[in-house]
Design a protein around this ligand. Structure first.
Ligand code: UD1
Ligand code: CA
Length: 459
């Protein structure tokens, strides 16, 4: 059966010179996703049969970045002779396919799924050969202009090739099109580089179609922000702000309190439960998931963190690739490094660092502590200044602490070592051997008081 699907083609072969970057333009991040991933997400919203990305410059790096994404195929355009030439490179991959092409740009990341759906609906309703996404701009400089005759689109003229009268037109070409596959190959072959830049202009297709009597429709985007292209770091910053604002609006609508949305940074894939309060300068990144009714205070950064319900995270905590269960309390100034688990109702206080460590239910490590490669049971008290000495200079070793144990302040637990259930470690001890359940371990030197010593010294 021949498919009559939708085939997305994303143009991303341009050099992106104005970014002044050694990184490919579409690999720059926008609120936690690459620019290209934003475009691929909107492409997927249209349920396409295939997605083809046209690369040029630094093709190998982009390809490598997406090597696990089997839904995307790549084609290289070399040299880059214009947008028409770029689409031409993708056509061999669509040989035998029927249906429509949706043409997107890798550097136009704000386009919404709703706009794509509306463009495709217009295209199908009108049974058009091509449908052009257009926008009305107060400052149309730099864009191709939509030239209409008797209301219908006649052709598109580029800024550089436009007459002064055409430059006054405010309806511009967004550069995004729905194109029926059937007349496409033949028309692309008719493109000629007869313009100021000597390029094969894809927009020239519209004039060709009209001259051939084929139907061309337009769909005008509601918000011009959606078609903003990213060409510079300034564009990147502005587009990032818009994406961030949209994410924050989503959170507000879902019942999350943002004390100051302007200084709350929540990346695209993060989830936050209702009645959670985010204070200013909170950064939630990666695949972070936060439950309901949590309070996250200022200056905290969470990367790929999973946080339960009713968790309090006080100021200036950093949590990476770790889990915090419900009703736990952290901070201020707590640091959970990768592989840490803080179980429910546990307390991690100020200047406490965990790495690959589990702190059990209702256990407390309240002050100035390092717990690395450690498994700590429930209802354990870790005294101030406790250190798990997990590294012997070559290897890392485990510390295990049983339920209900009490570790006195300023103790060193020299791993590998196990502290039994209900055992006590006296303050100031260096523990090198396992401590049985219910035992007291004490390793410090006995105190000697020398009466009158100070008085004698002064003489
Ligand atoms: C293009 C349109 C213009 C439209 C504008 C909207 C043309 C000739 N002009 O202009 O009508 O108003 O977009 O933003 O199409 N690319 C390739 N290969 C190439 C050239 C470009 O893949 O050989 C890619 C670029 O990486 C970019 C996109 O196509 O993602 C647009 O190219 P660009 O040079 O920025 O076109 P504009 O001059 O902005
Ligand atoms: Ca551009």
């Amino acid at each position: 059966m021949t498919d009559i699907g939708l085939h997305v083609v994303v143009l991303a072969a341009g050099k992106g010179t104005r970014m002044s970057s050694t990184r490919h333009k579409v690999l720059h991040g926008i609120n936690g996703r690459t620019m290209l991933s934003h475009v691929l997400a909107v492409a997927r919203s249209a349920s396409p049969t295939s997605i083809t990305v046209v690369l040029g410059h630094m093709a190998d790096i982009v390809r490598a970045t997406y090597r696990d994404d089997l839904s995307v195929q790549f084609v290289v355009q070399e040299p880059q002779l214009g947008t028409g030439h770029a689409l031409l490179q993708a056509l061999p991959l669509l040989a035998g396919a029927r249906g429509d092409v949706l043409l997107l740009y890798g550097d136009v990341p704000l386009l919404s799924a709703a706009t794509v759906a509306a463009l495709l609906a217009r295209h199908r309703d009108d049974r058009a050969a091509a449908t052009v996404l257009t926008a009305d701009l107060d400052q149309p400089f730099g864009y191709g202009r939509i030239v209409r005759q008797d209301g219908a689109i006649a052709r598109i003229v580029e800024e550089r090739d436009a007459t002064p009268a055409q430059r006054a037109i405010t309806e511009v070409n967004a550069g995004i099109y729905a194109l029926a596959l059937e007349p496409l190959a033949d028309a692309i072959a008719a493109l000629a580089p007869q313009n100021v830049q000597g390029e094969y202009y894809l927009p020239d297709l519209i004039g060709i179609y009209r001259r051939r009597g084929l139907g061309v429709s337009t769909f005008r985007v509601r918000s011009a922000d959606e078609i903003r292209g990213v060409n510079s770091r300034r564009d990147l910053a502005e587009v990032s702000r818009l994406v961030r604002n949209a994410k924050n609006e989503e959170l507000l609508a879902a019942g999350v309190t943002l004390i100051d949305p302007a200084t709350t940074y929540v990346e695209a894939d993060v989830q936050v439960g209702a009645d959670t309060v985010l204070h200013p300068n909170v950064y939630l990144e990666g695949r972070t998931i936060i439950g309901v009714a949590c309070e996250i205070h200022a200056g905290t950064r969470l990367v790929n963190a999973t946080v339960g319900d009713r968790v309090t995270i006080r100021n200036y905590c950093v949590i990476t690739d770790s889990t915090v269960e419900s009703d736990a309390v952290l901070g201020p100034f707590a640091h959970l490094r990768p592989g840490s688990l803080v179980q429910s109702e546990a307390l991690v206080g100020n200047f406490v660092e965990l790495k690959k460590a589990t702190l059990g239910r209702k256990s407390k490590a309240s002050h100035l502590t390092y717990l690395g490669d450690a498994t700590i049971g429930d209802n354990v008290n870790i005294g101030a200044g406790t250190i798990t000495c997990n590294y012997d200079g070559t290897h890392k070793h485990q510390t295990v602490i049983g339920d209900g144990a009490f570790i006195g302040s300023d103790s060193q637990l020299i791993a590998p070592v196990t502290i039994g259930k209900g055992a006590y470690v006296a303050a100031g001890s260096s523990i090198t051997d396992d401590v049985p359940d219910q035992a007291l371990a004490i390793t410090r030197g006995r105190q000697v008081n020398k009466e009158g010593w100070a008085r004698r010294k002064k003489r």
